[in-house]
Design a protein around this ligand. Structure first.
Ligand SMILES: C[S@@+](CC[C@H](N)C(=O)[O-])C[C@H]1O[C@@H](n2cnc3c(N)ncnc32)[C@H](O)[C@@H]1O
Length: 268
């Protein structure tokens, strides 16, 4: 990879090493990260439990992938992998950062689940040989790497022909989140600073990344403004002003401003 690429990956790694997804939802500082109480405390805020469409996707895929091998990239604390493991899928869980991998490993131990492997991996340069996996799962990761096209190509490389890339989600535009993040110059979901990279794409731009795949499903998601854990003035304005007003939009109009776009694609 080029020096520019290395720099961007370092910035992404530095950010996520400190802001492992889930930490922003901790409201009781006495909780020990990695304890059973800690995972139970943040669980309701994590994707599969907060967004029913994510759990439905996990259930759908797990039913097809019984005994097969799924790679999760950017696993964070491993909540999604936990759900795949519980449903009989063999899982290798990976993330760019050590702290995420440590927490995910601890999470699996507490749940008495046995993944194939849990380790640090960069989705832009995976160490696995070609055609290693039956499926790759990424949740909120590829648009945050600094090189989405390359990330999708790496996902394709490690998939067997017929293997499934299940990517929940990319950030899309136009969308309510894109507008808010440009106007407010502040993230809506994170407490501290924004991640160094979070690309927003149009639907055709996203589909164009999937060269060498057949698209099985491409859906707009998160068209309603949902609850946020954040505190402060802007969060209050969001909760009391933007959220209730925006959510009055009729369904069909709101779908146009959905902020996530998820793709399930099969390697040809
Ligand atoms: C928004 S968080 C999502 C975490 C997890 N998927 C979840 O939903 O809880 C983004 C994750 O992507 C990881 N990540 C960012 N760039 C990556 C890369 N190049 N390779 C692997 N993981 C990466 C970060 O370390 C972080 O854990």
């Amino acid at each position: 990879m080029s020096a520019e690429h290395d720099e961007s990956v370092s910035a992404v790694r530095d950010y996520w090493s400190v802001h492992t997804l889930g930490l922003q939802y901790v409201t009781d500082p006495r909780l020990e990260p990695g304890s059973a109480e800690f995972f139970a405390h943040i669980r309701p805020w994590m994707n599969p439990y907060k967004f029913p469409w994510i759990m439905a996707r996990i259930e759908r895929e797990a039913a097809r992938l019984q005994g097969r091998h799924l790679l999760e990239v950017g696993c964070g604390m491993g909540f999604d992998s936990v759900e795949f493991l519980r449903r009989g899928v063999r899982v290798t869980a990976t993330d760019l950062t050590e702290p995420a991998v440590r927490l995910a490993r601890r999470h699996f131990e507490l749940e008495r689940l046995e993944p194939e492997a849990v380790r640090v991996e960069n989705v832009l340069a995976l160490s696995f040989p070609d055609q290693s996996f039956d499926a790759v799962w990424a949740n909120g990761v590829l648009h945050a790497t600094g090189d989405t096209r390359r990330a999708v190509a790496e996902v394709r490389r490690v998939l067997r022909p017929g293997g499934r890339a299940i990517i929940s989600h990319f950030y899309r535009r136009p969308s309510w989140m894109y507008t808010l993040s440009r106007l407010g110059r502040e993230p809506i979901e994170a407490h501290a600073e924004d991640p160094p990279v979070n690309e927003f794409y149009t639907d055709p731009e996203i589909l164009e990344f999937f060269d060498g795949f057949t698209i099985e499903e491409a859906v707009r998601e998160h068209h309603r403004a949902l609850p946020i854990a954040k505190r402060g003035m802007k969060a209050a304005l969001y909760r009391r002003g933007f959220q209730p007003l925006y959510n009055l939009l009729p369904e069909r109009l709101a779908l146009h401003f959905a902020y996530k776009f998820s793709v399930t694609a099969v390697k040809v």
